[in-house]
Design a protein around this ligand. Structure first.
Ligand code: SF4
Length: 266
């Protein structure tokens, strides 16, 4: 909720509302739900109403937009980070308000990640996705990738993002990357991958990240390795090493086979 974010691949985070419910294994250690419990909020309890953030808070992107325009440098905004933008419990009226804000701040590129692309498809039916709205899904397993990727890629958008975080098994992205077999259908343009952080973090295998990195490189699309999470190899420069141990998020860092991967699509 601060003006500057700790999320490595964006400049700001923005939460138009707060609250959600678990939808798949990626949610098991949901940071937002844990934070909400610590603060005594109820927005993540089943059936609890979501909390819309204040009008004052909603004016922050207007300030970021003015600053970006003055610098003539686009800025990236991730949000919501404490909710799912296409949570079915949220009214479309709230979503329209957010889309209006996105349209009114053209110097900002917004990244909206969902685990409910079926709601996004309905919402955008007959409506154009603004150019500064980058649409994406999270997929932690192949099953979730197969379920979510085709749905989000059916929506026309300037950038399609795949967030493979927390990565819980090996993924094969081939059907959803650019290639002749895509027959002009849309494909992902940015892949962000990472391991899980937090006290109950599940470990990801280095080979899973290498496969994503190599598939993206072969398809010519941007790959961003966000973090190892709590678990990493002792020596991440050894590309034959597939063992990890708990080092802690800060020590583990985000270096994969001796280099950082921080590519962005535009
Ligand atoms: S979809 Fe996101 S915000 Fe919602 S419970 Fe899952 S991890 Fe948390």
């Amino acid at each position: 909720m601060a003006e500057r974010t700790k999320i490595e691949w964006v400049d700001h985070t923005f939460n138009p509302w707060i609250g959600c419910t678990r939808v798949s294994d990626a949610c098991d250690n949901c940071y937002a739900a844990a934070m909400s419990r610590r603060r005594g909020w109820a927005e993540f309890e089943p059936g609890a109403p979501r909390h819309r953030t204040s009008a004052t808070y909603w004016r922050q992107p207007l300030v970021w937009n003015r600053k970006a325009e003055a610098r003539r440098t686009r800025a990236k905004v991730f949000g919501p980070s404490l909710a799912d933008p296409f949570d079915a419990e949220i009214s479309d009226a709230w979503r329209h308000d957010y889309i209006d804000l996105i349209k009114r701040t053209p110097w900002l590129d917004y990244i909206l990640l969902t685990k409910r692309p079926q709601v996004a498809v309905k919402f955008f039916c007959g409506r154009r996705v603004p150019d500064n709205l980058w649409l994406g899904v999270t997929a932690e397993t192949q099953k979730m990738l197969a379920l979510r990727a085709p749905t989000i890629l059916d929506i026309k958008a300037k950038v399609h993002v795949l967030s493979a975080e927390p990565l819980l098994e090996q993924l094969d992205l081939a059907p959803w990357l650019p290639g002749p077999e895509r027959n002009n259908r849309q494909s992902f343009t940015w892949v962000i991958a990472g391991g899980e952080s937090g006290p109950k973090a599940r470990a990801s295998k280095p080979q899973w990240f290498r496969i994503l990195r190599d598939q993206c490189a072969a398809a010519g699309i941007a790959f961003f390795f966000k973090q190892w999470g709590e678990h990493a190899p002792d020596d991440e420069r050894r590309s034959d090493d597939n063992a990890v141990r708990k080092l802690g998020r800060k020590t583990a860092g985000a270096c994969l086979d001796g280099r950082h991967h921080r590519d962005t699509p535009l």
